[in-house]
Write a protein that binds this ligand. Structure first.
Ligand code: HEM
Length: 420
């Protein structure tokens, strides 16, 4: 593909399959001004790492907050203040020093112990979900597997009652929140999304209040009571609690559901790989490498934003102060200088875990260990039960959510048989 300079990440054909575009960017214009998004796309591994490791020059707070709600932030705030218990920013999306304190508080809730204790429960959730589907012969990989599985796990982890919340509501809430950072939201969509965000907050606020007075064995209780003895503000304010619970619910949901759908898509389109996964389903080392390579090849987060706080040289391009930058995680993972034959699924790569799917530096994903464990357990239990997984529609007909931030399939019709 030869770049003319008017191509955009949001062009319909590029959205469907962005990888040829990413390659052209890396080879021809590694820091490229996208005219429709009004951002610089950063495509090479090395430059993406530079941006992630310098949170002062490349501010997440500005990149994320300045264009929050795609120009409708005041109106969104009015609606939320009137009907949703208050307008609360995504507080974790901030720069140091505020981020340092918040992240330490969040880490208190996200302990290895909490993740470990979830494993047997996650396995049970996967089995309960796949068993009834296995005999049916067909399912939607997102609607019937990825979305309900992740929604159940997230409810389990946070301490929500899944039967009360349900997959569908979590999916709607997630889409509404993601739309605020996706740069494609229209005014009508903002109004519809605002209703969803109000519903979400009206649901979580009473639960947070309840855990304040009566803690339970769950992550919301850990978060609500988290304390840092060496800080001036040692506990989370109420607004911070709402924002963090909301962030946990949403950040871990769409991304992990997309990863499970990608797992199914890979199994459906690469039968040899499905066979190898089945043969090695009890080999922990193989499974770990399989999950890392899946995350490298098909990362759920394709592009997130930063703003420059000063003039800076990046990848041979001079960026002015206050320039908007989009970090293309998916392109960095596809960079041949790091990952030879990058579009090939190769579990034997020497640097299989070196991908940037969970980011890097101070904002590196707090849920990475949980997400990897969830995908691993899902891969293991799915491949033990489903055989001959096939895509029921042509590959070109797969549609993705309208957002630059993630590459999430909307529907994934599959056929399969129950493994004998
Ligand atoms: C496959 C699944 C997941 C992927 C691909 C993913 C991806 C990411 C990425 C790329 C970042 C860095 C954002 C940036 O630098 O701008 C991030 C941050 C974050 N993720 Fe995840 N994530 C996943 C699962 C989860 C889960 C399960 C949770 C929690 C339940 C979670 C919670 C968060 C939070 C709270 C942050 C912000 C951290 C900070 O700014 O300090 N994520 N995630």
């Amino acid at each position: 593909m030869r770049l003319r300079g008017d191509e955009s990440r949001v062009d319909p054909l590029i959205r469907k399959n962005p990888f040829p575009f990413y390659r052209a960017l890396r080879e021809q214009q590694p820091v490229y001004y996208d005219p429709k998004l009004d951002v610089y796309l950063v495509s090479r591994y090395e430059d993406v790492e530079t941006v992630l490791r310098d949170p002062v020059t490349f501010s997440l707070e500005h990149g994320y907050q300045d264009r929050y709600a795609n120009g409708f932030v005041d109106e969104l705030a009015d609606i939320m203040n009137r009907e949703g218990g208050g307008f609360v920013r995504d507080i974790i999306a901030c720069d140091p020093p505020a981020h340092t304190r918040l992240r330490k508080l969040l880490d208190k809730a996200f302990t290895a112990h909490r993740v470990k204790t979830l494993e047997p429960r996650i396995r049970q959730i996967v089995v309960d979900l796949i068993e009834p589907i296995a005999g049916r012969g067909h399912a939607d990989g997102m609607k019937d597997i990825g979305a309900p599985l992740t929604a159940r796990v997230i409810c389990e982890q946070l301490g929500f009652d899944f039967d009360e919340v349900g997959t569908e509501r979590i999916a709607r809430w997630t889409t509404a929140l993601l739309a605020q950072i996706g740069r494609m939201q229209t005014h009508d969509e903002m109004l519809a999304n605002a209703r969803e965000m109000c519903e979400l907050q009206n649901y979580i606020i009473p639960i947070i209040r309840a855990r304040e007075s009566e803690p339970r064995e769950d992550m919301i209780s850990d978060l609500v009571h988290a304390r840092l003895d060496d800080e001036q503000n040692p506990t989370l304010s109420f607004a911070e609690k709402v924002s963090c619970v909301r962030a946990m619910l949403i950040a871990g949901n769409d991304t992990t559901a997309a990863a499970i759908a990608n797992l199914l898509l890979v199994l459906a389109t690469q039968p040899d790989l499905a066979r190898r996964l089945h043969e090695s389903a009890d080999d922990d080392r193989f499974l770990t490498r399989f999950v890392e390579e899946l995350l490298r090849l098909e990362p759920p987060s394709h592009g997130l934003f930063r703003t420059t706080t000063r003039e800076v040289q990046l990848g041979g391009t001079r960026l002015p102060a206050f320039a908007q930058v989009c970090i293309l995680f998916a392109s960095a993972n596809d960079d041949e200088s790091q990952f030879p034959c990058s579009r090939q699924f190769d579990v034997t790569r020497g640097n299989v875990g070196k991908h940037l799917t969970f980011g890097a530096g101070i904002h590196r994903c707090i849920g990475a260990a949980l997400a990897k464990m969830e995908i691993k357990v899902a891969a293991q239990e799915i491949i033990k039960r489903l055989d001959d997984i096939r895509l029921a529609i042509p590959l070109e007909e797969i549609a993705y959510l309208p957002t630059v931030a993630t590459q999430t399939v909307m529907r994934l019709p599959l056929t399969f048989s129950r493994r004998a």
